[in-house]
Unconditional design. Sequence first.
Length: 93
Amino acid sequence: GKPCRAPPPREGEKSLETLRPLRPRFFLPREVANLHGFPPHFGFPPEVSTRKQYELLGNSLSVQVVATLLRYLLLPAGDGMAVEEQRRRGSEA
């Protein structure tokens, strides 16, 4: 895709003008979703603005972390860690 530019600052927000000489490259929403562990087929409906995508992704949690925590919390004592270890070994094969 095309490079992502920083959205214009909202009223009251500090300007990014001081960073402009550094020409920073910002993560695309898809890249942020990848970092959070969202599957490749995940996407937002077309009516969701880029700014809203960043907001939603910024408020999200890592899929892998939540899955691990749920296994640990919901399975009988010790089983959650055993399941996690089995999952890890399976991904190494």
